[in-house]
Design a protein around this ligand. Structure first.
Ligand SMILES: *Cc1c(COP(=O)(O)O)cnc(C)c1O
Length: 633
């Protein structure tokens, strides 16, 4: 048999399918990250970075950002659109606008405006807070600043004032009632607004966020309301302010057909508005550009059935075809891609703390005397097992196991007898699972056996804090070890986090065909840390997460890979301390400390501890307040 090697690991975890060219496995078994797709000459070992982080005194879990990847993703979105336009002879331009909600962290938005400036990549804000952040961050007056979301007077005034000081700020009418207020405030502030209209399209997209688009979508104007808006603007002498048509179908649209049909519909409205006399110049297609998390290249929820190139070409072509028919000028195409820009740029690193193995112990040489007959039947089932009767033995063993449990509850068999029954049960399941490998068509019950017999790997992170979409909507992310990939991973595992919540686990993993019920992992080695990475977590995971069990923000480290293939630490942000998370839920850590010290003093008074012991205990409490919320070494 051929020895295991890193190529086999790469194949096993589907790395080249989901990595976007940014990740790979080195011959020595280390997971590598590259600054640009396929830049093997500048690949850096993630395992080495992790060691470096440890040496600098930061504990796991750590969110690692590689800023070159963000740079590269912005570049490829802009340049792929530009190339498609050039190739097809499009008479208009492309402009991107990053939607702040996808990852609002200052560091992220700052980098996007920095790397995006050479393409005039703008920002999209969906609330007052996001607009205020955007107005502070965006320097480039040629870039667009798009205001979506439900707007009150203050939001509208902020947007109008942004226009007055020179921002290319587009106020998008999301609800019919917003327009009269916008007209009134524009007159009051003597501002010339740039307006957009959000459409409610009939085209619907599938996926988790299907409700964002379609006629039943919450936001947007239907055709009747669009016409009313046109009339209102005409009446106010402001129809020339209407510059943009906008829609957003939803995020992670995995089917290119849905993208195309929405573009077609929006173009018809765009042409209609041009004919009504509006001075339209922008067509904003919202977000939706998907990420192939599972690498299946399909229209599965965690995937997409198109490449970036097809996405751009299909959109440009659809806009051209549609508007040429209507003899309307080609608009500047805007997209608000968020997920696709930032997902690849962050990964979550954590260590494994402990493992529970579901491995049967050797059976007793002899069954207990005068034991219940069920034990005998279970032994017979086990001994009769062959590849031809696995389903039958499986059914029998479950039946008798349930019966022994029932008898135990009625006091008819002893604790020791029941424990023997469980032992035979697990032994039999293991044997069945071993034989089932060679069976072509397994029943659903038997197909689940791999999961039932998987080990639990207890990992130093919180699903609720760091991977909320995994918990809330079953989103799949690529997960794998970041080292030892030249060794065969011969255990099957389910991951449990440290929240002690029964939902705090990951038991669904990416697979080229559907979903895998376990993750192949290595056995732990004594005294050696075993580290896993969850990849493509840059979008939506950071602020949707919550403080379940008061596990807070993780440490965040950003690196930059240099031209010579070395790398530098650009920034280190320490995660929340215990005092931080307590103050988020309204505790006053100082008061807690004083109260605790009093409690300890009472223990001294009543002779339970000495004054010296009090000092140590109080010091420990204080260090706890200052410490990390995760498991520390
Ligand atoms: C959420 C959102 C986006 C981002 O969508 P992605 O699929 O992450 O690119 C864009 N535009 C609007 C209006 C949104 O609400």
């Amino acid at each position: 048999m051929e020895r295991w090697n890193s190529n086999k690991s790469s194949e096993l975890y589907g790395v080249s399918e989901w990595s976007g060219g940014y990740f790979g496995v080195a011959e020595n078994g280390d997971m590598m990250v590259m600054p640009e797709p396929g830049a093997i000459d500048r690949a850096v070992s993630i395992h080495q970075i992790t060691t470096g982080i440890r040496e600098r005194g930061l504990d796991m879990p750590v969110l690692l950002r590689i800023e070159n990847i963000l740079d590269s993703q912005i570049k490829s979105l802009n340049e792929t659109f530009q190339a498609s336009m050039q190739e097809l002879g499009y008479r208009g331009a492309f402009m991107g606008a990053y939607p702040i909600k996808v990852n609002q962290q200052q560091q992220v938005v700052e980098k996007i405006t920095h790397f995006g400036s050479r393409y005039h990549h703008g920002l999209e804000a969906g609330s007052k807070a996001e607009l205020i952040a955007a107005m502070g961050m965006l320097r480039d007056k040629n870039a667009v600043l798009i205001c979506n979301g439900y707007k009150d007077e203050e939001f509208i005034d902020l947007g109008l004032n942004a226009t007055k000081i020179g921002f290319n700020c587009i106020l998008v009418v999301e609800m019919p009632d917003e327009l009269p207020l916008i007209i009134e405030r524009a007159k009051h502030l003597n501002a010339k607004p740039i307006l957009g209209i959000r459409l409610k399209l009939t085209a619907q997209a599938g996926g988790h966020w299907a409700e964002s688009g379609g006629e039943r979508s919450i936001f947007g104007l239907n055709t009747r309301q669009v016409i009313q808006a046109v009339d209102l603007l005409k009446e106010a002498g402001m129809l020339h302010c209407l510059k943009m048509v906008h829609y957003h179908l939803g995020s992670q649209i995995s089917n290119i057909r849905e993208i195309r049909s929405a573009v077609n519909e929006a173009c018809k409205v765009y042409a209609g508005l041009a004919k009504e006399g509006a001075d339209v110049a922008y067509l904003d297609l919202g977000g939706g550009l998907a990420v192939d998390y599972d690498g299946s290249h399909s229209n599965f929820l965690s995937s997409r059935n198109y490449s970036l190139n097809e996405y751009c070409t299909d959109i440009v072509e659809a806009v051209m075809t549609s508007l040429d028919e209507e003899e309307v000028n080609h608009p500047t195409i805007i997209t608000e891609s968020g997920r696709a820009l930032v997902a690849y740029y962050s990964l979550l690193l954590f260590n494994v703390l402990d493992v529970t193995r579901f491995q049967p112990e050797p059976l007793p040489a002899k069954l207990p005397e005068d034991g219940p007959p069920q034990l005998e039947y279970m032994m017979q089932a086990l001994q009769s097992l062959t590849i031809r009767n696995i389903q039958e033995v499986f059914n029998d063993i479950i039946f008798y196991r349930d019966e022994t449990r029932r008898l135990f509850q009625h006091g008819q068999i002893s604790l020791r007898e029941r424990s023997v029954a469980e032992q035979i049960f697990w032994k039999t399941l293991n044997e069945i699972s071993r034989l089932a490998k060679d069976v072509k068509h397994l029943s659903a019950d038997l197909a689940d056996l791999d999961q039932i017999l998987s080990d639990f790997y207890y990992c130093n992170f919180s699903v609720f804090q760091s991977l909320p979409d995994s918990w809330a909507i079953g989103q799949l992310f690529p997960i794998m070890p970041i080292h030892r990939l030249d060794e065969e991973p011969n255990r099957k595992a389910i991951l449990a986090d440290i929240t002690c919540d029964c939902d705090g686990k990951i038991d669904q993993f990416i697979d080229k065909r559907g979903v895998k019920r376990y993750l192949p992992l290595h056995e732990l080695k004594p005294y050696e840390e075993y580290n896993l990475g969850v990849f493509l977590v840059g979008a939506y995971q950071e602020t949707l997460g919550d403080l379940h069990n008061l596990l807070g923000d993780t440490n965040v480290v950003t690196i930059r890979i240099l031209d010579n293939g070395e790398y530098e630490f650009v920034s280190e942000q320490e995660g929340d301390t215990v005092a931080d998370v307590l103050s988020y839920v309204e505790y006053d850590p100082k008061r807690l400390f004083i109260k605790f010290r009093n409690t300890a003093e009472q223990a001294v008074q009543s002779g339970k501890i000495t004054a010296q012991e009090r000092r140590e205990i109080v010091q420990m409490y204080e260090a706890g307040l200052r410490g990390y919320t995760y498991f520390e070494r």
